[in-house]
Design a protein around this ligand. Structure first.
Ligand SMILES: [Fe+2]
Length: 361
């Protein structure tokens, strides 16, 4: 048996290009964890790819699936791992900042304030593919913006805000003004209500980013923040809206991109699109910066054909890399027109059931 054979099988089943190295990486993660969601988190490969690799290993008797869904390497598997010398995954992540590079002690007070302010926040729902980031993440993200000079005295646009980053940013009293454009009315009302009660410079409006950006917001912000759905189309629409809102050169955009729902092939396509279509430079990609709170609808919205998948996650496994882009000289007007598109479902998406497809009529 060789890993290449498995990678070819997995490519055929998932329609996502999978290499022999990908298979080795998943085996390496299996050597350090038996919990599916931890393996997905560490392997940094699309969800369906990890699932099919584990299944292929099970078919060959290299792993066994325990009744509780835990994945164990068998004697046969151990011998194989030794034979091809795959080392267990090692972890050297800084435990005090979780690898974000932000001194958490300096933002502790804001984190506490944010938790108090948002204690009754709306729950994440499947309709808009929601899942929000943890409090340390949202506050570290705000701190990163401040550190890069993109927050203090600036106008910030938040495109989609189930993370409530607008309120997190407002707590610091740094931004001059914050505008939220959000499709979910529950969130629009919630953000406006909190902002009004605490007299924060935040205004939220209902908006579907497939519609063109309203005129009053075009070219009027210093910074945008978003967490796009990860089909190529949605990524392009999101970048178009965010960048249309920026006022000129030297402005910045912040967003997360996962490895769980986006293969490196998609990263490559996305980065090419970003650099060829827009006058921007990618200044930062911080691996695993964004950690998401586990959402209630996960197990009901994903495939249920493998028992090791239908296991409640025991860690905040869903993570994304923090991107920062900056507009460079020559940055100008971007075509701002309606862009109908598939937002949530492609081969690499977590949600795969056809009835969950949420294309606008
Ligand atoms: Fe650190």
């Amino acid at each position: 048996m060789d890993v290449r054979q498995i990678s070819e099988e997995v490519t055929a089943r998932t329609k996502v290009d999978t290499t022999a190295r990908d298979v080795e990486k998943v085996i390496s993660c299996l050597s350090s964890s038996s919990h599916f969601w931890e393996i997905v988190c560490n392997a940094q490969k699309p969800f369906s790819v990890v699932a099919e690799i584990i299944n292929a290993l099970w078919e060959r008797g290299f792993v066994s699936i325990e009744p509780n869904g835990e994945i164990a390497i068998t004697q046969k598997g151990q011998e194989f791992i030794k034979e091809v010398s795959i080392a267990p995954r090692r972890d050297f992540t800084c435990p005090s900042c979780d690898g974000r590079g932000i001194a958490m002690d300096k933002i502790r007070e804001w984190m506490q304030k944010f938790d108090e302010l948002t204690v009754d926040r709306p729950k994440a729902i499947a309709d808009y593919d929601q899942g929000y980031i943890t409090t340390p993440t949202v506050m570290a993200r705000v701190a990163l913006m401040a550190e890069r000079g993109d927050l203090e005295g600036k106008r910030l646009l938040v495109l989609g805000d189930d993370d409530l980053l607008s309120l997190a940013a407002a707590i610091t009293k740094m931004p001059r003004e914050i505008v939220v454009l959000e499709i979910d009315e529950r969130l629009v009302d919630y953000i406006n209500d909190r902002a009004q009660k605490l007299n924060l410079p935040v205004k939220a409006f209902k908006y579907d980013f497939r519609d063109s950006l309203p005129d009053q917001f075009v070219g009027s912000f210093d910074t945008f923040n978003t967490d796009p759905p990860e089909t190529m189309e949605a990524l392009e629409v999101c970048m178009t809206r965010g960048l249309s809102a920026l006022s000129g050169e030297g402005c910045a955009g912040y967003f997360g991109l996962t490895r769980t729902e986006s293969s490196l092939k998609k990263w490559n396509e996305f980065q090419q699109m970003l650099l060829s279509k827009f006058r921007v430079a990618i200044t930062d990609i911080i691996d695993n910066f964004n950690h998401y709170v586990n959402w209630d609808y996960l197990l009901g919205s994903i495939r249920d054909d493998y028992s090791f998948i239908q296991v409640k996650p025991r860690l905040n496994w869903y993570r994304s890399s923090m991107y920062r882009i900056e507009t460079v000289s020559g940055f100008g007007r971007i075509e701002n027109k309606p862009m109908p598109c598939e937002l949530y479902v492609d081969e690499e998406a977590l949600i795969y059931k056809p009835e969950k497809t949420l294309t606008k009529a």
